[in-house]
Design a protein around this ligand. Structure first.
Ligand code: ATP
Length: 325
C-alpha cells in the first residue's frame, strides 16, 4: 500500500533529541510526497483527536531544543482494547495511514499490540535517555543525558575534593546501567553500582574492600536508580549500618538528566533515524524500530527491541576498575 499521510507522536518519558527526530521525520516525509500530521500528547492525544497538519515550517527552529513540541503523556486507556479502538477510529477519520512513534519500550509495546490488532503500519524511533532498547547501539537522548551527568559530577567533585568526602550520586537507568557506568568512566569516579550485576557481586563490598579513600582525598560513586538497591539513599544507608566509620553524602541528579539542548551526536542520530523511519515505510517495512548498529541503520522488530536483552559490555567494568585504581 502506498502511504499518503503519516501521523507522528512522542510518548513516555521525554528525551533530548525528540524535536530533532520530529523535524527529520516531518521533512523527510514531505520530501517524499507524504503528508504529515502531528499528534499531541502521545497515545492520549491520538484517542482524543489532538491532531494538527504539519508543514515544513511547523518544525523550523526546533532542532536545538530539548523536550518535545508534540508534548508527551502516559496513557492508561491505551492499555485497554476500547482505548485502542478509539485511537484507530481517530486515525481513520484523519486519513492517517501509518504512524511513526518516538519513545521507549512502553511506547513500542503499545505500538506492537495496536499494529497487530488493526493491521496498521507503525515505525518506532528509539528515544530514551536510558539506552535500554535492544537492537540499537544507541538511543536518542542518551548522549545528552550522559554529558549532563558528566557536567554535574565534575562540579560535585570540586566539593568532594575540598572536603575529602565520599559522594553517592544517583543517576537514571532503572533497568540499564549505561548512564552510571559510562558516567563513572567519563568523570573519573571510583565505582558504579549498576542493575546488571546486582545478583552477582556485592558491589558496595567490592568498592569498600578495594580500600577506597586510602590513597585519595575524595570518592565519587555513581549509583543507578533501583528498587532493589534503593539507589543512592539505599546504598548510603547500608554503608552507615555496615561501615559506620565512613560517612557519605548523597546527590540525586533527577530530572536535569532529561532536559537541555541535545548534543551534536543526538541531533545527528535523531536526523538519521527520523529519515530512516520514512525510508522504512517506503520500503514497505512494518512494525519495526529503526536503530543503529556499528554506525549503520538497521530495522529491528518491535518484539526484539523491547526484550531487554541488550548486553552490557563487561569490558567497560574492567576499564573502570583499572583506571580508578
Ligand atoms: P521511557 O523509557 O522513557 O519511560 P516509555 O515509552 O517506555 O518511555 P511508558 O510510560 O512505559 O514510556 O509507555 C508510554 C505509553 O505507552 C504508556 O503511557 C501507554 O499509553 C503505552 N503502553 C505502554 N505499555 C503498554 C502496553 N502493555 N499496552 C498498551 N499500551 C502500552
Amino acid at each position: 500500500m502506498k502511504i499518503k499521510c503519516i501521523g507522528i507522536l512522542t510518548s513516555g518519558g521525554d528525551a533530548p533529541g525528540m524535536n530533532a527526530a520530529i523535524r527529520a521525520i516531518t521533512r523527510s516525509a514531505i520530501y517524499n510526497g507524504i503528508r504529515v500530521k502531528g499528534i499531541y500528547r502521545g497515545y492520549k492525544g491520538l484517542m482524543m483527536g489532538e491532531i494538527e497538519e504539519f508543514h515544513t515550517e511547523s518544525v523550523s527552529n526546533i532542532i536545538q531544543h530539548g523536550g518535545t513540541i508534540l508534548k508527551s503523556a502516559r496513557c492508561q486507556e491505551f492499555h485497554t482494547q476500547e482505548g485502542r479502538q478509539k485511537a484507530y477510529t481517530t486515525l481513520r477519520s484523519e486519513g492517517i495511514d501509518a504512524l511513526v512513534v518516538c519513545g521507549g519500550d512502553g511506547t513500542f509495546t503499545g505500538a506492537r499490540l495496536f499494529a497487530q490488532e488493526f493491521d496498521f503500519p507503525i515505525i518506532g524511533v528509539p528515544c530514551t535517555i536510558d539506552n535500554d532498547l535492544s537492537g540499537t547501539d544507541f538511543t536518542i537522548g542518551y548522549d545528552t543525558a550522559l554529558n549532563t551527568i558528566v557536567d554535574a559530577v565534575d562540579k560535585i567533585k570540586d566539593t568532594a575534593n575540598s572536603h575529602e568526602r565520599l559522594f553517592f550520586i544517583e543517576v537514571m537507568g532503572r533497568d540499564a546501567g549505561y548512564l552510571a557506568l559510562n558516567g563513572a568512566i567519563a568523570t573519573g569516579a571510583e565505582a558504579a553500582i549498576i542493575p546488571e550485576i546486582e545478583t552477582g557481586i556485592d558491589q558496595l563490598e567490592a568498592f569498600i574492600s578495594r580500600g577506597f579513600r586510602k590513597s585519595k582525598n575524595s570518592s565519587i560513586v555513581l549509583v543507578a536508580e533501583s528498587d532493589i538497591t534503593g539507589g543512592a539513599i539505599g546504598v548510603a544507608e547500608r554503608l552507615k549500618k555496615e561501615h559506620p566509620e565512613y560517612e557519605a553524602r548523597i546527590t540525586i541528579l533527577g530530572h536535569i538528566q532529561r532536559g537541555g539542548s541535545p548534543t551534536a551526536a543526538d541531533r545527528i542520530l535523531a536526523s538519521r533515524l527520523g529519515a530512516a523511519a520514512i525510508d522504512a515505510l517506503i520500503d514497505d517495512q512494518r512494525n519495526i524500530m529503526v536503530g543503529v548498529v556499528n554506525d549503520r541503520v538497521v530495522y529491528v522488530p518491535f518484539n526484539k527491541a523491547i526484550k531487554h536483552e541488550k548486553k552490557m559490555d563487561t569490558s567497560l567494568l574492567s576499564v573502570l576498575k583499572v583506571v580508578s585504581n
